[in-house]
Design a protein around this ligand. Sequence first.
Ligand code: CFM
Length: 541
Amino acid sequence: MESRILPDPSAVKEELIKKYPPKVAKKRGKAIVVNDPAEIPQVQANIRTIPGIITQRGCSYAGCKGVVLGPTRDIVNLVHGPIGCSFYAWLTRRNQTRPDGPEGENYMTYCFSTDMQEEHVVFGGEKKLKKAIQEAYDLFHPKAIGIFSTCPVGLIGDDIHAVAKEMREKLGDCNIFGFSCEGYKGVSQSAGHHIANNQVFKHVVGLDDTDKGGSFKINMLGEYNIGGDAFEIERLLDKCGITLVASFSGNSTIGQFENSHTADLNVIMCHRSINYMAEMMETKYGIPWMKVNFIGAEATAKSLRRIARYFEDDALMARVEEVIAEEMPAVSSVIEEIHPKTKGKLAMLFVGGSRAHHYQELFMELGMETLSAGYEFGHRDDYEGRRVIPNIKVDADSKNIEELKISADPEKYKPRKTEEELEKLKEAGLDIRDYDGMMPDMKKGSLVIDDISHYETEKLIELYKPDIFCAGIKEKYVVQKMGVPLKQLHSYDYGGPYAGFTGAINFYRDIDRMVNSRVWKLIQAPWEETSIELEADYVTQ
Ligand code: CFM
């Protein structure tokens, strides 16, 4: 692989913001930083996108209904709003589920909406909402119904929480709860995550105290089973003898959430979307949390080992080593085959609030370098690590979202480990309750860009000419028309799973096919390749 001379990152930064008016350039400049893992510069994040800039962000409703609650199969997710909000959120994320048999409840394939019309916006939509809840109940008799507010609901003031309460009491055997996750509630989908965490914690977690047995009981937080990732992680946990009590929320049921406080450890995959739940569960029930990452074969092995070390059980540690030893040879042989073809290639990742970090692991295993990466809606802690949390300025947009006041449950609080035990584990290198963020893992001189705009994306590609760009459907075809393959790291295009050991192999093969295909050189039309242009004038009389 020939080594390329790459442009100076500070010059690239200047080039990216040069076209903006001075005020905008100043603001965007704070969101674009040249990384130094030894210093970790401050990055501007989780602030409102400047109007006029084409962002890739979604809305609060997307984060709440689509991301956190969407993957749970037996809650009827009823969208209170115009039909479009529901239709465009309908199964596009490729989150999979596995119902218990052909008759098992699964409402994920349905699209439930109150189908709000102009008359409801003018005269109120509560009656229509009650009717829709009744209809869903009569048809399906679900265990639970979640109501999701879209923008007009907040604007006209329909009280979905009062309706939820009234209908819950009326129906008696169906848990009904609302989410005030109107699209405008925050600066991105991140606000919706927080709202979802709050309401699930308030209305569901802790309702079922049954000890379902099993040893080494964990919850997996922030894993949404895109392309079957959770299936692969479940397979590994099972093989190791680790009991998964609940998953939030890939391949999950409401019953799992109700019972999740019986677990002894919360492991977090996506810190951004679910750290609130982990903290609330620790405060109320005494369950510690730990960040893991099952993206990347090495990262998977490390995560399994860390779970075993938390439980301080020799048999479990030995079993985990056996599983790793069984799984790794297949991974290594594919790496051996592909590494020479991918070594030295350059990647860029601009995704959501966690994958832009996690997937750098997989590229590293292929010998590829991540030149530039960023989140759409991560917060400073997702970049710089949780140590910056006390210094994060709370602005009006963040104040919009309720912070629940949680205290220890008088009966159910049971610290799984004493503070001394946790301290000892920390000293032994097990980082409990911590996340270092993306930047310490990125090279010096790499560009970290928050909420990258469409214009900046195109400029970045022009200047660096990466071998692969990872983002989503909004960017995909624009980038590919520039002759650079784009891997969707939201939906995985048509691929996956990419988690765990089997997932890593799938990813290596998919990336090899993409970066080594010759088709990208043929994207330009023949007449774009030469400077010859035909010119003509209109005939004038
Ligand atoms: Fe977490 Fe996600 Fe992500 Fe996310 Fe998302 Fe997603 Fe994502 Mo798309 S919860 S932050 S809001 S890992 S839908 S499964 S891929 S942007 S990086």
